[in-house]
Design a protein around this ligand. Sequence first.
Ligand code: COI
Length: 352
Amino acid sequence: MKIIQRAVPKPKPAEDSALGFGKYFTDYIFTMRYREGIGWYDAAVVPNEPIAFDPAASVFHYAQGIFEGMKAFLQPDGSIGVFRPEENWARMQRSADRMCIPAFPEALAEEGLETLLRLEKDWIPHGPGTALYIRPAIVATRAELGVHASSEYLFFILLSPVGSYFAHGTQPVKLLAEDVYARVAPGGTGEAKCLGNYAASLKAAEIARRKGFDQVLWLDPAEKKYVEEVGSMNIFFVIDGETVTPSLSGTILPGITRKSCIAILNNLGRRVSERRISVEELVKASQAGTLTEAFGTGTAAVISPVGEICYRGETMKIGTQMGETAALLYDTLTGIQRGTLPDRYGWVKKIF
Ligand code: COI
């Protein structure tokens, strides 16, 4: 892999405890380009510096772009462990297909990521709850205003040392169930990790934030009846002792942390199911006292407990701290990721 050295390294963040999420970026990025007729070319690790784009590049006008989120952790044996990268590459290929972006060479992307991680090992934070967040993305770069798939793309991987996604760490978050706006639509791009889904979520998120909530709980876009996801995480509930999460409907992101949590619970012999969950069912379970936990799952969010959910002016109070199931999943998942628990699933790819 070609590496272009930078002249001066950037200063590293002083303290692991004040990293926040996605505020610092490392010295280098991986990039490769695509041009119709040539394919993917110019793969290299290069200094992380501003990149020039034509103002007419399709990504700026028609949001033809996708991204992923992964995490790397220092392992007790000194290696770098990346959590389930093959799952992210596979999802990225599916997102690319949905957004008419050409398939990318996974082996080359993985080689680029590994080269980058070896070079940036000193940026991996050590503190509890921290990780090196990996953000691969593909954006359409062809300068043309016709609405059609671009013939040129840039693939890049950014690295960012991170702490908790939420400013208040693992304290329970407050969600507002959204019954007016939708972020996606049936037949739309909800299950792809594409740029527009996130732009479409901002208005409702901003309204929720102004009302004192941390995030929006999205309901199904067709009927606004069934719970879907939180936008930066998938959602789980514990009702009557069973852990339930909305089944993948085409409008929900197929989360890798979601999938891992289901596997862990199944493996422990816990009752867990994927099914449609109406917001009315949650209201009733809350009134009956059988809604004992709610938590979000995601690469960035890890396992984030949900303390309350407001729906049409009524608040379901769920808990003031992380519940038993969420804590079990948090400990198991982060233990596997950090190499302090045995990786019985073979989820951590070690890079030496
Ligand atoms: C992730 O969890 O990696 C995400 O991409 C969610 C969000 C930060 C956009």
